[in-house]
Design a protein around this ligand. Structure first.
Ligand SMILES: Cc1ncc(COP(=O)(O)O)c(C=O)c1O
Length: 403
């Protein structure tokens, strides 16, 4: 039996006694505080955070600008109802609209909620024209969130079937299957909803052909194209939105995760035409877009501007990818290195992703694993090349020792 420090032992005990058992046994680590790319456990041990709260801690931990913005806003006003105007909310709406090349913004609290809003908006758009369309086409193995409609649009029945009856009108096709997409999208399709890199199912990118076809079919049939950039957005792929790299433009984009660097914020952004789908009273959220969350997000976006984090994510992503491919050639133990920018999946030839994860943990590195054979990296975008070099040195050691 491994002995844990007192605080960690207590956290485990309370979690096992009182928390709903939605996560099973977790990695035996409880962060006490962080600093940039580093997290320090309750035992004082330092870990390099290569998973970044699953693509959330984009500006690292305890980033002074973010901490100060949160404290400043908390000292003024944390919350105000939607009865009133809200300065940080309107400023964030302007910034997000500009990031999308114009259009309207709704701010909520999570990714699932952003996708729920997008689904409602697409249906509302056709309803308002008295030509209702309900069918939403999405991909198998996708992940769009845990609320009922978001779980149903997610193309993995394990997330929705146990909670049936489910909302109707959702159709799933195999990812990157152009023929299936052509057959599924017809004149009565309301929307096509896609991730351009499927994150949760193992970092699987859409082919250029599939993404372009989705845009073309939506254009032809009038269906709304919804791109879920909850994981791929916020510059992670080296573009602020992954769709920029595909040369397509959705009608609605959804964001969350890194949008406020860890403060819970989600958003949907729609072009002016699609935004007609909501009239006053159609949608809302008590906490969504509250001053605290929006001030945090504005601080994150200003760090992005000052430090060119999107460009940096592209450069360092290419660097990491090259190093990993070199390791794959050298060792013969890695099947494939996938992803874009700092969204990286490493498919091992053997089913030992969890063993590698544990080995890296023992060496002081936090990484993710998907299924039996995929290691996932989603580090903060403020990571430096020397830190990647350090990670690579230890990862190579783990591969040599475990595989
Ligand atoms: C692509 C994508 N969409 C939606 C979600 C759901 O976001 P949230 O957990 O904030 O509801 C996730 C979360 O992993 C995601 O990766």
């Amino acid at each position: 039996m491994v002995e844990y420090d007192k605080r960690l032992s207590q956290a485990i005990e309370l979690d096992e006694r009182y928390y709903l058992n939605t996560f099973g046994r977790r990695v035996p680590f409880c962060p006490d505080h962080g600093d940039g790319i580093w997290l320090y456990g309750t035992d004082g041990k330092r870990y390099m955070d290569m998973i970044g709260g699953i693509a959330v801690n984009v500006v690292g931990h305890a980033r002074p600008e973010l901490t100060q913005a949160i404290c400043r806003q908390a000292g003024n006003v944390i919350h105000c109802s939607n009865y009133y105007y809200n300065e940080p909310q309107s400023q964030l709406a302007e910034k997000l609209s500009q990031s999308f090349g114009g259009g309207r913004v709704f701010i909520c609290n999570s990714g699932a909620e952003a996708n729920e809003g997008a689904i409602k908006l697409a249906r509302g758009y056709f309803h308002k024209q008295s030509k209702p369309r309900t069918k939403i086409v999405s991909a198998l193995m996708s992940f769009h969130g845990r609320t009922l409609a978001a779980a149903t649009v997610t193309g993995q029945p394990k997330y929705s079937q146990p909670f049936a009856p489910l909302p109707e009108g959702f159709v799933h096709i195999p990812y990157n299957d152009c023929d299936a997409l052509r057959q599924a999208v017809t004149d009565d399709t309301c929307a096509v909803m896609l991730e351009l890199i499927q994150g949760e199912s193992g970092v699987r990118p859409a082919t250029a052909e599939f993404a372009k076809l989705a845009a073309e079919l939506c254009e032809r049939t009038g269906a709304r194209l919804i791109i879920d950039e909850i994981q791929t957005g916020m510059g992670r792929t080296g573009h602020f939105y992954a769709y920029e790299g595909y040369g397509i433009k959705p009608d609605i984009v959804t964001l969350a995760k890194g949008l406020a660097g860890g403060v819970p914020v989600g958003a949907l952004i729609a072009n002016e035409e699609t935004a007609k789908g909501f009239a006053p009273g159609d949608h809302g959220s008590t906490f969504g877009g509250n001053p605290l969350a929006c001030a945090a997000s504005l601080a994150v976006l200003s760090v992005y501007e000052n430090e060119s984090l999107v460009r940096k994510a592209g450069q360092l992503g290419r660097y990491t990818n090259e190093k990993l491919r070199h390791l794959a050639d050298k060792t013969g133990k890695i099947n494939e290195v996938r992803g874009q920018g700092l969204m990286i999946g490493i498919e091992l030839k053997s089913d030992k992703a969890v063993d590698i994860k544990h080995k890296m943990f023992d060496m002081g590195f936090l990484v993710g694993s998907v299924g039996a054979n995929i290691i996932r990296l989603l580090p903060p975008l403020i990571i430096e090349q020397e830190q990647i070099d350090l990670f690579m040195e230890k990862f190579e050691q783990a591969v040599a020792e475990v595989l």
